[in-house]
Unconditional design. Structure first.
Ligand code: ARG
Length: 471
């Protein structure tokens, strides 16, 4: 007896079974509820496989034409929302194959020649991830464009730079934006690198050992736009390291976004008041009428948790799996899909929001004046006059302590007051270095915060983005 499913239909693999799948087990083992998201890639893979089978003579041209036409009908049905997904057909692969056979008859059953769902699903995920990486890369690009414009506009805007979240030295807002830009450049690079290992062809590995048919793996690779072939059939169907690697890169990217988020949340608080987030990216409170909450940055900060979680899920999923394919791998899809969605949505929100951030120049300037942020400049000044740095550090420490008692900034002390701490080395040009503008302008080297350097870095950033799009 051939095993039937719970709707009375014969299973595609039912030949050796003598009883029906338990109804709960059927639900439990099915993946169609989530892997139907791969339908386009599944059909794309089938089209390539079918054309290859015709090329090597395993299918006749007429058979191949019928199959291709049938696949195109199935794709249209799915796209139009007319396709009936069936749990008893288990997954996206068997749903599509069974429907193909419903439509074109027996010849549909030939499509699976020399192939297994094991190489099929590996192909689908790689095609899916490749496309999603490309979408993510272009969102990173869009956010980076926005950061460059902001950096250019605010190249001379002074803010306090922090260490330990305490005002440390003045920096320019543009310089701060470019720090974010750099993080994203590395994220972009990581994903471009990861894409190379995603973009390999597992098709032809069949279940695990390859196939007895004279397949042409290079041809399917070419049809699918893969840059190379997964060389070993056992490895091809089993490893998901490419998905783990992607998720690790995504995790770092989200970690960067969480750092941006944290700063935006702080800066938009009334305590800092450095920036104003556009109303359309914030929400209010149902009880406190005065509130405007930075929901988007907070949510992005929170979403890092799920991506980090997915990374651990996938690593744990892969750990200790014996070769070759194991059903465990069906669990790779939901974490991967959610990682892709989370990263894309977070980037999109940031790319839309950043250009609309309002920068409160005078508040930041005022904040930079507080906190003795030019103390290092005074120490450097003394060193240039001949005092060893450690001694200069001590002298400035005393001056800061004096100013603290007077409740004023170093630049507000008189020359006489300053000279109490080092008569020999302090003269009236000291005030040039005690101003915020003097301080940032003096850091005039590659990677420094001087407005001139910020503008130069913006130009280099533009060239980088240009070079990317040229590729
Ligand atoms: N739904 C399965 C997955 O996602 C497809 C491969 C199933 N292969 C098998 N031999 N049961 O991994």
């Amino acid at each position: 007896m051939t095993e039937k499913n719970n709707t009375g239909e014969q299973k595609l693999w039912g030949g050796r079974f003598t009883e029906s799948t338990d109804a709960f087990v059927e639900e439990f083992t099915a993946s169609v509820s989530f892997d139907q998201r791969l339908y386009r890639q599944d059909i794309q893979g089938s089209v390539a496989h079918c054309r290859m089978l015709a090329k090597v003579g395993v299918l006749t041209d007429a058979e191949s034409d019928q199959i291709l036409e049938g696949l195109s009908t199935v794709e249209k049905e799915i796209a139009a929302g007319e396709f009936e997904w069936s749990v008893s057909r288990e997954d996206v692969h068997m749903n599509i194959e069974a429907r193909l056979t419903d439509i074109i008859g027996t010849v549909g059953k030939k499509l699976h020649t020399g192939r297994s769902r094991n190489d099929q699903v590996a192909t689908d995920i790689r095609l899916f991830l490749r496309a999603e990486i490309d979408r993510i890369l272009s969102e990173i690009d869009r956010l980076q464009q926005g950061l460059l414009s902001l950096a250019e506009r605010e190249a001379g805007t002074i803010m306090p730079g922090f260490t330990h979240l305490q005002a440390a030295q003045p920096v320019t807002f543009g310089h701060h934006m470019l720090a974010w830009f750099e993080m994203l450049s590395r994220d972009h690079e990581r994903l471009v690198d990861c894409r190379k290992r995603v973009n390999r062809n597992p098709l032809g590995a069949a279940a695990l050992a390859g196939t007895t048919f004279p397949i042409d793996r290079a041809y399917t690779a070419e049809l699918l736009g893969f840059e190379g072939i997964c060389e070993n059939s056992l490895d091809a169907v089993s490893d998901r390291d490419f998905a783990i690697e992607f998720t690790a890169a995504a995790s770092l990217l989200m970690t960067h976004l969480s750092r941006f988020s944290e700063e935006l949340v702080l800066w938009s608080s009334s305590q800092f008041n450095f920036i104003d987030l556009p109303d359309r990216f914030c929400t209010g409170s149902s009880i406190m009428p005065q509130k405007k909450n930075p929901d988007v940055p907070e949510l992005v900060r929170g979403k890092v948790g799920r991506v980090n979680g997915h990374l651990i899920s996938l690593l744990t999923l892969m750990k200790s799996q014996p070769l070759a394919y194991n059903k465990d791998n069906q669990e790779d899809k939901e974490p991967l899909f959610d990682t892709v969605d989370t990263v894309l949505n977070s980037l999109r929100a940031y790319a839309d929001m950043m250009p609309a951030v309002e920068v409160k120049e005078s508040v930041m300037h005022e904040a930079a004046l507080r906190g003795f942020s030019t103390a290092t400049d005074l120490a450097d000044y003394l060193v240039k006059k001949g005092l060893p740095f450690r001694d200069a550090h001590e002298v400035v420490g005393q001056a800061v302590s004096y100013a603290l008692n007077k409740n004023c900034d170093l630049s507000e002390l008189s020359l006489k007051e300053l000279q109490q701490f080092s008569e020999q080395y302090i003269s009236d040009n000291v005030f040039d270095v005690l101003t915020l503008e003097g301080s940032v302008q003096a850091r005039d080297h590659l990677g420094g915060t001087a407005p001139k350097q910020v503008l130069a870095a913006v130009q280099r950033g533009r060239q980088l983005l240009q070079a990317r799009s040229g590729k």
